[in-house]
Design a protein around this ligand. Structure first.
Ligand code: 4AZ
Length: 439
């Protein structure tokens, strides 16, 4: 016989711990609901509710990190204003904005705001007599409870230090103080600019492009040209009404009414659909040699840019890209020679190959002319393929502003060693595009 352990009925046990409903008619139900499983569920639910409550308290009491963007005007006294500073893709704009951004990044990362500072970005330049005014955006992440006024003071203090320590620049802070600006307003400004991708629109860190399948908004200038209810070619958005693509896409038909355009990374559920008003094929396009494989497409209506659909920059006519430079090609083209197109946009990193190398006997043996550029991976692999034609080859500058430098044009199959993709070299056609579109 067991000693020391008192056996009780369920009822007696419940009575002893004071949980039994004294109303006899309800005894059965109380007994049923208190089986160990139910007690367990009640305890777990209690713990979950407690955790959620604590989480919400922590969130609303200011432990959450919210983005704040401030803007400030800097007067650059030792740089003369030129018209080049109106174009974000000019050498002068790039180099001055990079210098200012580096200075800001360095100073804020060494300041008492270093753990809150994310990045600086020169939004634009304007003229002040002969000098330059730079409008700079500064992004921070503060804990929710931070007072806006005290942040502003701390930022102003750091900017005043920059005045005395600006390296090659002579900077003075304008009396127009540091002002907060809504991140949504910044996003709306940046999606109207050419060549901005998600990390710039949100003033976040530079992202490493990995994998092969793109996400929404990754390549916002990529468009798809449709004919007969099917994707036929890629195209590149350069304004709210114009696209650049390959001339060879129109061998099937040059009639604008047969073509339509979609935007957004998914072919099956596009963000925007548009109709075509006009197709301009380069007058010197030669099908047999692929020379001047470029065409312009004008839409019937202006499209409204959104965070997933906006234009890329065009390169200057004199751009020379060193061989080995990393560039990216995107498209819905097939993954094997002669295969079908894919429903979700894909991306691939490739390297520029000099025309001399690309014309060597083991490569294309003299077929590459000055209006073309080759890009691929040394041993083969990543490459454009059928269905990618007309789409972009893009290059980022040091500020992560992207320009289309090539149009997918031709190649000997896809991904073969020594047979890189061949692209129409856009800088050569910069003036023709300007002449035809005004862009
Ligand atoms: C094509 O058929 C095609 N590997 C496009 C690009 C390349 C090959 C073929 C480059 O449209």
């Amino acid at each position: 016989m067991m000693k020391g352990i008192k056996f009780m009925s369920n009822e007696a046990l419940l009575k002893e711990i004071g949980m039994l409903n004294p109303m006899p008619g309800r005894v059965a139900s109380a007994t049923r609901s208190l089986n160990p499983l139910v007690v367990g569920i009640i305890v777990v639910a209690g713990v979950v509710i407690l955790a959620v409550t604590i989480g919400l308290l922590v969130y609303f009491l200011g432990f959450e990190r919210k983005p704040y963007i401030y803007q400030s005007d800097l007067h650059i006294r030792n740089v003369e204003y030129t018209n080049q500073l109106e174009s974000p893709t000019s050498q002068e704009y790039r180099s001055l904005s990079r210098t200012i951004e580096n200075l800001m990044n360095k100073t804020f990362k060494a300041s008492n705001l270093r753990s809150q500072f994310i990045r600086a970005y020169v939004a634009r330049f304007r003229r002040d007599n002969e000098d330059v005014i730079a409008n700079v955006l500064l992004k921070f992440q503060f804990k929710g409870a931070t007072s806006a006024a005290s942040m502003k003071r701390r930022i102003e203090q750091i900017l005043r230090q920059i005045q005395n320590n600006a390296g090659s620049l002579t900077i003075s802070l304008l009396p127009t103080e540091v002002k907060p600006i809504d991140p949504v307003v910044v996003q709306d400004i940046l999606i109207k600019r050419c060549g901005t991708r998600p990390e710039l629109i949100t003033l976040s860190f530079e992202r490493i492009i990995q994998g092969t399948q793109a996400s929404a908004g990754d390549w916002p200038w990529q468009a798809s040209l449709w004919i007969n209810n099917a994707h036929r070619c890629g195209a590149i958005l350069i304004s709210d009404t114009w696209l650049v693509t390959a001339a060879h896409c129109f061998r099937i038909s040059r009639d604008p009414r047969q073509w339509s355009v979609t935007f957004g990374y998914s072919l099956r559920s596009p963000e925007i659909r548009a109709n075509v008003k006009n197709i301009i094929i380069h007058p010197n396009y030669m099908a047999p040699t692929h020379e001047n494989d470029i065409a312009l497409v004008e839409l019937t209506n202006r499209i409204t840019f959104n965070k997933n659909v906006h234009k890329v920059c065009l390169p200057e006519a004199n751009l020379i890209i060193p061989s080995g430079t990393r560039v990216y090609v995107t498209g819905w083209g097939s993954q094997i020679s002669g295969g079908n197109s894919v429903p979700i946009l894909r991306q691939g990193g490739v390297e520029i190959i000099s025309n001399t190398e690309c014309n060597s006997p083991e490569n294309y043996n003299g077929l590459i002319t000055s209006g073309m550029i080759c890009a691929g991976i040394p041993g083969g692999g990543t490459d454009a393929c059928s269905g990618d034609s007309g789409g972009p080859l893009v290059l980022a500058d040091s500020r992560q502003i992207w320009s289309a430098v090539g149009i997918v044009s031709w190649g000997d199959e896809c991904g073969l060693p020594n047979k890189p993709g061949v692209y129409t070299y856009l800088p050569v056609y910069r003036n023709w595009i300007k002449q035809e579109t005004g862009i």
